[in-house]
Design a protein around this ligand. Structure first.
Ligand SMILES: Nc1ncnc2c1ncn2[C@@H]1O[C@H](COP(=O)(O)OP(=O)(O)OP(=O)(O)O)[C@@H](O)[C@H]1O
Length: 592
């Protein structure tokens, strides 16, 4: 591996968005380097930025043939939304046109959608959306679960997300000509967050690396996805396989320059933070606030940050509240949105899982669609209810009583008999809902009709149906309302009914799944610390609660301990100006 020496003299300054990008000779050397490249560097050291500039340089110098593009691959849609935002500001017009920023899922799905039939003897492929996948795989654990994913693909043509990279890499290794065509379309591929690639993604990258140049961006200390197969050896494997020219930006920090946030992040790795104080990282050990919601400290801290940002007069500020678990995220989001404890309601975005709202949306659409008789509507509703119960918790297995209920309802749909008061009530409620829907006069206004159905579920007599109404409410927070409304509108305009609504809603959600939400990261956000990777905010508040949702739990083994520390470091270093960490005074985080 060639290691480029660091040269700081003769830095070029590039004006950009009211800031100045500093192009040291080290960075200029990178821009001029040919062949495979490895860019290493800590949080905010400028890996993404230099990779975007490199893409632009390659495009500007005419190194690409007509029709060729540069591919920038990352993991999460939210990350590529931020990268696209950054590219929008940094790149030339041609650079923007010829850079494709995509997720591994988006890229491989495009590949498999058009060529996957080659692996199925000419038969087509359909996507198994996460909520449906959760429903199809519920109750199947361990090896049997992964076998079922293969069976679903090869026998039924239903492709599970987990198999995307593996199936795409097997397609490319079986068809060298296809591999050449893809590599010819993308002669340069940038691999973001390379340290987190799992075994299957790495196999895919190696197929692409046969003919394309690779630029990997990595920080070993931001490896927070070991649970999904990220391997500490991955960076060395890349070096061994591709002998890249390496550039290490070490602890350079452009995100929060002039602050000690990155220093805190590095001290966290050694434990040095415990005996030091920092100007821009505030560790606050909170106490009890009798009579108030337990999450009172995070809301008051957020209000103080908000006042600071509003006072600054900037219009592009952002604040993120980062928490360790999804459960805590929902609780905090609910409390921030409520007007209570003499505190106002705070409008914010929350990074929700989509399974439960998506399944609820399909069920409501199916009710909108209706059927020729009330009893057919009821039958379909019970069927959809089973899918909803199986899938709404995503990858979390069903508990015993949920499993028993789904099995009993499944038997009822076959045999017409059911036992138990609670289960009978569900069946009776489905019948009643079937009749209500049959009688319902639709208005043709999708928004109104949707609410009529949701309200029917909300006020019915069975908790399981009420849950669907609750789950559907989160569609608003997911910003899915507009896309669903437009699909339903289209159906009504064409046929004066909502026939085909369930398929249309499902289809809309598939497309949404692959489209990068190009919203700007402004305002208030609540998400898990994991989700914050690759993003940046003006201020960050990391919050762990007293009883659950801990940064690291007592008794965690060494591996979990190390992962929790890396995760906390990723969260802390997302801030440009200030980070606050809130930990309970009665049981403070071990790392602080
Ligand atoms: N050479 C530079 N001069 C000045 N500012 C820079 C430079 N490079 C990057 N920045 C700014 O620093 C911030 C972080 O940059 P970037 O996102 O590229 O870092 P990163 O290494 O990819 O971060 P992370 O690994 O934490 O996601 C951005 O706001 C970017 O505009």
């Amino acid at each position: 591996m060639r290691m480029m020496p660091k040269l700081y003299l003769r830095a070029k300054l590039l004006p950009y968005e009211g800031k100045v990008l500093e192009l040291t000779e080290h960075r200029q050397a990178l821009l001029a380097t040919e062949g495979n490249i490895l860019v290493l560097g800590g949080p905010g050291s400028g890996k993404t930025t230099i990779a975007l500039l490199k893409a632009d340089r390659e495009i500007q110098t005419g190194n690409l043939k007509t029709g060729q593009r540069i591919l920038f691959l990352s993991f999460a849609r939210a990350t590529i939304a931020r990268v696209a935002q950054q590219a929008g500001k940094l790149l030339t017009i041609e650079g923007k046109e010829r850079l494709e920023i995509n997720t591994y899922h988006g890229f491989t799905w495009n590949l498999l959608r058009s060529h996957g039939y080659l692996l199925r003897k000419g038969r087509g492929i359909q996507l198994l959306l996460p909520p449906e996948a959760a429903a199809r795989l519920s109750g199947i654990e361990g090896d049997a679960r992964s076998q079922e994913k293969y069976r679903l693909f090869f026998e039924e043509g239903l492709l599970h997300f987990d198999l995307f990279a593996e199936i795409a890499s097997s397609l490319l290794s079986r068809s060298q000509s296809l591999c050449r065509i893809i590599c010819d379309a993308y002669p340069i591929i940038i691999l973001d967050e390379f340290q987190d690639t799992n075994k299957e993604e790495w196999a895919l990258i190696q197929s692409l690396g046969e003919h394309s140049r690779l630029i990997a961006l990595a920080d070993a200390e931001q490896r927070i996805y070991e649970f999904r197969g990220a391997d500490p050896m991955r960076i060395s494997e890349f070096i061994e396989r591709y002998s890249p020219t390496s550039f290490d930006f070490g602890n350079e920090n452009h995100r929060s320059r002039g602050t000690d946030i990155a220093i805190f992040g590095n001290d966290l790795l050694t434990g040095a933070n415990k005996s030091k104080t920092y100007n821009d990282v505030n560790v606050s050990k909170y106490g009890f606030y009798g009579g108030c919601n337990p999450h009172y400290p995070v809301k008051t801290t957020l209000i103080a940050s908000l006042k600071r940002q509003l006072k600054s007069g900037k219009d592009d500020w952002s604040i993120a509240v980062l928490v360790p678990t999804k459960k805590l995220m929902l609780q905090v989001s609910d409390y921030l949105g409520a007007k209570s404890d003499n505190l106002p309601s705070l409008q914010h975005d929350v990074a929700l899982d989509t399974e439960a709202p998506a399944l609820a949306a399909v069920l409501i659409a199916s009710l909108l669609e209706g059927a020729p008789t009330a009893s057919e509507i009821a039958q379909r509703l019970l069927n959809d209810l089973c899918t909803h119960i199986r899938g709404r918790k995503g990858n979390t297995p069903l508990n015993q009583s949920e499993l028993a209920l789904v099995n009993a309802l499944g038997d009822f749909l076959q045999s017409g008999t059911i036992r138990g008061i609670k289960r009978k009530r569900i069946v009776e409620t489905a019948k009643l809902l079937g009749e209500q829907r049959f009688e319902l006069k639709l208005s043709g206004d999708p928004g109104k009709d949707w609410l009529s159905i949701r309200d029917m579920l909300h006020v019915c007599n069975a908790q399981e149906f009420m849950q669907i109404a609750d789950d559907a409410k989160y569609l608003r927070l997911l910003h899915k309302g507009a896309v669903l409304r437009s699909r339903l509108n289209e159906l009504w305009r064409k046929s004066g009914s909502y026939i085909g609504a369930a398929a249309a809603v499902r289809d809309a959600l598939v497309q949404e799944h692959f489209s990068a939400s190009l919203k700007e990261w402004r305002g208030l956000h609540v998400m898990t610390i994991h989700k914050s990777k690759g993003k940046e905010f003006s201020e960050v508040i990391i919050y762990e609660s007293r009883h659950h949702g801990k940064i690291v739990w007592q008794g965690a083994d060494a591996k979990a301990h190390a992962q929790a520390k890396l995760t906390l470091r990723v969260g802390v270093t997302r801030a440009m100006e200030k980070t606050t960490i809130l930990t309970p005074g009665s049981d403070p985080c071990l790392f602080l």
